[in-house]
Design a protein around this ligand. Structure first.
Ligand code: FMN
Length: 201
């Protein structure tokens, strides 16, 4: 009897332990998906920008559009980027000093996955700490996964150009530690980081 009680206590600890983190969900404003700078101008003017205005936050509307261009649900019902065999298996995280969020394209939401500040694991260059928006692209650690991420960060570059934002994609990150912190499995890896913000005046 005593043994049965101990097993029951042990199992409930495992059960409740795995559900200990109750996710916070943030609804994003609907992205405006029409208009903007002509495409050829945006491609021609695209540059990497590393100097950000620390005092100027990125508003939720702009954040929603950054996330949408990178990995949102497009008019076709698929994604704003092509994926091999229509796998649609990239993941897009938003890193903040108070926690990590995952972007959910179908719901247009951000779902908190932990309360950790993972930005220091990306901050191998000092300017990174000045950026208000930190995107982390996660994909399968294979050629296709990396192609998906490349399409996504280029969309962010073009959107940033059109909106007058500064952005740079960054491979200099502690990808192993980020992969571990996010508990990624199934061949997934933190591939690349992208900072976005209003340019320093
Ligand atoms: C895969 C990849 C990784 C990059 N990693 C970094 C990085 O870690 N840090 C950085 O400051 N720039 C990084 N860059 C930005 C390049 O330095 C930049 O694209 C290049 O100098 C050309 O400048 P442009 O983007 O203004 O045309 C990276 C770019 C790519 C495509």
């Amino acid at each position: 009897m005593k043994r049965k009680i101990l097993i029951a206590i042990g199992l409930s600890a495992v059960y409740f332990g795995s559900f200990a983190y109750s996710a916070e969900v943030k609804q994003l404003p609907a992205p405006v998906v029409t208009g903007g700078m002509p495409l050829m101008d945006a491609i021609n003017k695209r540059v990497s920008g590393r100097l950000y205005d620390k005092a100027k936050a990125v508003d939720d509307q702009t954040l929603s559009e950054i996330l949408w261009v990178a990995w949102g649900k497009s008019a076709s019902g698929k994604r704003t980027i092509p994926t091999a065999r229509n796998q649609m298996n990239m993941k897009l995280y938003l890193l903040t000093t108070t926690g990590t969020w995952i972007y959910k394209p179908a719901e247009n939401t951000l779902e908190k996955v932990n309360d950790k500040n993972l930005i220091p694991l990306t901050a191998t260059q000092p300017f990174v700490n000045d950026a208000p928006v930190h995107l982390l692209f996660v994909a399968k650690d294979d050629a296709w996964g990396k192609c998906h991420v490349g399409s996504a960060y280029q969309n962010v570059y073009l959107y940033a150009t059109a909106k007058g934002l500064a952005t740079v994609v960054r491979g200099l990150i502690d990808d192993k530690a980020l992969t571990k912190e996010l508990g990624l499995t199934d061949g997934e890896r933190a591939i690349i980081h992208q900072t976005v913000g209003w340019p320093e005046k």
